[in-house]
Write a protein that binds this ligand. Structure first.
Ligand SMILES: Cc1cc2nc3c(=O)[nH]c(=O)nc-3n(C[C@H](O)[C@H](O)[C@H](O)COP(=O)(O)OP(=O)(O)OC[C@H]3O[C@@H](n4cnc5c(N)ncnc54)[C@H](O)[C@@H]3O)c2cc1C
Ligand code: FES
Length: 271
């Protein structure tokens, strides 16, 4: 669905990281956690391509907010890394953006039995909040969040407000446990047994470590990938990753925008 949205708020939550809330059409309420949006940052040739972002949250503002009718909103959590995101960071209340959404396949909620373990690295936390909101309705949820330093740890309070047990770690020890988020998660998995599903999003080396833990411990695991995207709709093949269906010698190729961005870890070739 193509739609135009008005910026309702856009503020820096940590140096270089922003949280933007925009208006959204009611149809977006049917989006699933893990699906993504493509944003045309500016109504001009440069930057030409839309930029993909995870859905941090979707909700409804009460009628009083808009003088009489409820307003659906969409939130994105983003890191400024280049031209498009730098432009987004300058937007204010009332500015208009062009969206293509919702896209891709999101997380599969699966069986409500068993604990849900969320693992986010840095800005990889972005799609996990919307997921957590849905999962806590029926399941016990724990969050492991890691970053290089304390400034990469975002929105912990929001997760805690959902009643989620949250474990923070940083590579340099400036916040939470010192070390990799995957090491902290594995320590906790060792301490308690039971049925679990892992949901993860973050940098590729972190996802690789998560997939390795899931394989060794026979835990169900879904990962959300980031890839360079041009069309976001399966047309340009700019986002393909290697799949595992035919083994090492003849890898199949998976389109992250159309078949993902969420995959069962066993569908992918981890090298
Ligand atoms: C499905 C999906 C969901 C995403 N969700 C989020 C999100 O919720 N929050 C967020 O901050 N970012 C997210 N990203 C990454 C985001 O799309 C890029 O950071 C953004 O497009 C960069 O645009 P730019 O114009 O600022 O940077 P550019 O000027 O285009 O690039 C700047 C630098 O960032 C790198 N880069 C650009 N795009 C990507 C990418 N897709 N993956 C890895 N590196 C990239 C480039 O190689 C370059 O080094 C997501 C990506 C995908 C594919
Ligand atoms: S971004 Fe074009 S096929 Fe995925």
């Amino acid at each position: 669905m193509l739609f135009k949205s008005m910026v309702l708020s856009n503020h820096e939550v940590s140096p270089g990281y922003y949280r933007m809330r925009v208006t959204a059409p009611p149809e977006l309420l049917s989006a699933s956690p893990g699906q993504f949006v493509m944003v045309k940052v500016r109504d001009s040739i440069d930057p030409l391509l839309r930029r993909p972002f995870g859905i941090f949250d979707i909700g409804v503002l009460p009628a009083a907010y808009d003088g009489g009718c409820e307003q659906v909103y969409l939130e994105m959590l983003y890191k400024v890394v280049g031209k498009g995101t730098a432009m987004m960071a300058t937007l204010h209340n009332g500015d208009v953006l062009d969206f293509l959404a919702p896209l891709g396949n999101g997380f599969r909620m699966g069986n409500p039995q068993g604990e849900k373990v969320l693992v986010g690295g840095g800005i990889g936390l972005a799609p996990l909040y919307f997921l957590a909101k849905k999962l806590v309705e029926n399941s016990k949820v724990r969050l492991f969040i890691g970053g290089r330093t304390r400034e990469d740890i975002l929105c912990v309070t929001e997760f805690e407000r959902l009643g989620i047990e949250t474990y923070v770690s940083t590579d340099d020890g400036t916040l939470g446990a010192c070390g990799l988020v995957t090491e902290v998660m594995e320590r906790h998995l060792t301490e308690d047994g039971g049925d679990k599903t892992i949901f993860s999003c973050g940098p590729m080396p972190m996802l690789q470590a998560v997939a390795d833990i899931a394989r060794r411990r026979s835990i169900a695991c879904q990962v959300s990938l980031e890839a360079h995207m041009a069309c976001g709709m399966g047309a340009c093949l700019g986002c393909v990753v290697k799949g595992s269906e035919h083994g090492d010698s003849h890898p199949d190729y998976r389109c992250v925008c159309k078949e993902g961005p969420v995959f069962n870890f066993q569908q992918l070739m981890w090298v």
